[in-house]
Design a protein around this ligand. Sequence first.
Ligand code: GP9
Ligand code: MN
Length: 642
Amino acid sequence: MKKFFHSISELVKENPIFTFFVVVNFLDAVLVRLTTTGTCGVRAFFFELGTVLLFGSFGLRMKNKEQKIYYVFMTIVFLWCVVPNAIYYNFYNSFVSVSFIATSVFVADVKDAVVDIAIRPGDLLYLLVIPAIIFVVKKFKDKEENKQGFKSSLVLSLVIIGIGSALPPYYSFSRLFKFWNRVSVVNNFGVYIYQFDDIFQSLTPTINNFFGYDKALSDTKKYYEENTNTKVINEYTGIFEGKNVIAIHAESLMSFLLDMEFNGKKVAPNISKMASEGIYFNNFYAEVGVGTSSDTEFTYATGLMPSNNGTVFVNYYNNKFMTMQSLLHDKGYYVFSMHGNDGDFWNRRLMHASMGYDNFYAKDSFEIDEVYGLGLSDKSFFRQVVPKIGEIKEEMGEPFYGTLITLTNHTPWREAAEYSDFDLTQYVEVDGETVQSTYLADSIIGKYIMSVNYMDEAIGEFINDMDAAGLLENTVVIIYGDHDARAGYNQTNYLYNYDPVTGRVRTEEDPEYVEFNEYDYEIMKRVPFIIWSKDSVKNVVIDKPMGMIDVMPTLGNMLNINNKYSLGRDIMSVSKEDAIVVLNDASFITDKIYYSARNGEAYTISTGIIPDDYISTRREYVDKIIEISNNIIFYDLLKYLD
Ligand code: GP9
Ligand code: MN
């Protein structure tokens, strides 16, 4: 043992390049974890140090230039694990996947958002490591192969990884293999192991075709045998059968805006009016992964969870899925989608055809006469949509089902003041005088609020134009938010704790501090789901926790169609106690708690007794839903199920 540690200390003294490589790459891993999730788990330290030592030891089997090139190359590889994740986490609160690179062609279109919200100058400091290690390898003379040093550092790295493995939480290994909780993997194993695992997982769909298929098929068949998704008859069964349906996919619309007003004016008067007149699901959540809008389109249409590796729209668009669109088409509906953006964004041109749409009207079907943010403005889009629906009704008859995907309210809302004059001025008392504060209008969250007001106006004009054209007769209009705005915790906290008088954000020490923690931020990510029709006012509010996977069964029951592969449930036939929102990282929300799969913590939403097995039974349920969904996606199993 003494000899072992002596050889390590000799190694550190004799080979400064090896020492620099280990120290700097270990510090990078620790820093990126602390500056993203903020978790200071001891366990991850062992894995981060052990990983760097392990790769560092291989360099000792090389000599001279080869050894130096190896250490520079591996430092660049480790930086590729650190810098993209530091930036990506600011935008998505998760960690990047190499399979996302396949979809990153779309990031170019949202680069403003990435630049505005995601890239912090500090994240780019990591890049200084490259000139630093080049300086170090130039400064110190070449080294011969060091077999003893290799053995000692290899053994030390394995001992350190072994200690890390012996530390709780032991369930984290399942997350390493199941991999739907990226944050948990980084928190427990560090960013290097996370990224190597991600590469392996991203290759899995290709590998899967050779391995794991049989087990996935038998597990999935067994699941559906035990959970046959027969339609439950209730008071909503068939209430909209045969009606036309127009579904508005409202970009980044969140529910809290429907109750918000400034200076006596509602932020979203039209949408909130439709919510009050129709059926309003006010405890509703998107369940997106990295696929954001496209994940919502997929989950809404199939009742399956999004893919945990890549996105369905890009990586699995050729697979067979049972969708609302295909079921309605089979019932005689003409099914179309319309969107003012490039038809290849999110690979929609191919995926919409695969989902069963008869036609997809993309950017090239519209006159691009007014542009804000990502493309055609919502007001111009809707103005042009109305006559198109009129032509469809003329030429294709009824019933028709149309998905209208909005665009203007997409992050980062930089131009909001150009298309919205919604007044966010705050009037505050300072030393007995009333002064104006415009902090909100200048902030990202303020621009978001202004942008939502614009989208609300656009939807209000659309409803009026549809009514004037006689297109609301026998028609149901649906509005759903496709995911939360991604404005970030700090920006959202402004709404609760920015003090316009002092210009500071209140902390817990302030008497007027409003409790708003990371869990409150997750819980407020509700998006509206509204079913409205001109001729059948409903005035119903459903406050049961509901997820996007429940839309297919719930709306399907109203349209009298049944998707037997949906993993969601018709919320009208589920009790509030049993209702559950399955989130894509295996966290979940019920009427009692928000359970964070990242930290294994439960945050109380309402009082009341929580039975012993309350969390474990729901965690098993959630894991199973995610597993079966991913089986179907990865292995294209619906082709083989009857
Ligand atoms: C792109 C629009 C926005 O066409 O649907 O997509 P998102 O960035 O929200 O996934
Ligand atoms: Mn979106």
